[in-house]
Design a binder for this molecule. Structure first.
Ligand SMILES: [Zn+2]
Length: 90
């Protein structure tokens, strides 16, 4: 089983390398065949350019940081501690 995986991996790798070699070295006898070949069309097409009117960043102020002093309570209220009264009878 392990040798089968190894041979299939080598087969796939060799097919991929063979395809790359053939695609990069193929040629066409006439220009009309080259214009219909998808590999040649993709190889000779121009690279896409960025067409953006406002590609430069715009830096504006959207707000100001205002610091305020935070004053904590030194003595919390007794009710804030969760102390409750005795249970009421129903
Ligand atoms: Zn071609």
């Amino acid at each position: 089983m392990r040798s089968f995986l190894r041979w299939s991996a080598w087969l796939c790798l060799s097919l991929m390398l063979w395809t790359v070699a053939v695609e990069s070295t193929h040629n066409h006898p006439t220009q009309t065949e080259a214009s219909s070949c998808s590999i040649c069309v993709a190889a000779h097409s121009t690279s896409p350019t960025v067409s953006c009117a406002s590609c430069t960043p715009v830096f504006t102020t959207i707000g100001l940081l205002r610091e305020e002093d935070a004053v904590a309570k030194a003595h919390p209220d007794l009710f804030d501690l969760g102390i409750r009264g005795p249970p009421a009878e129903l």
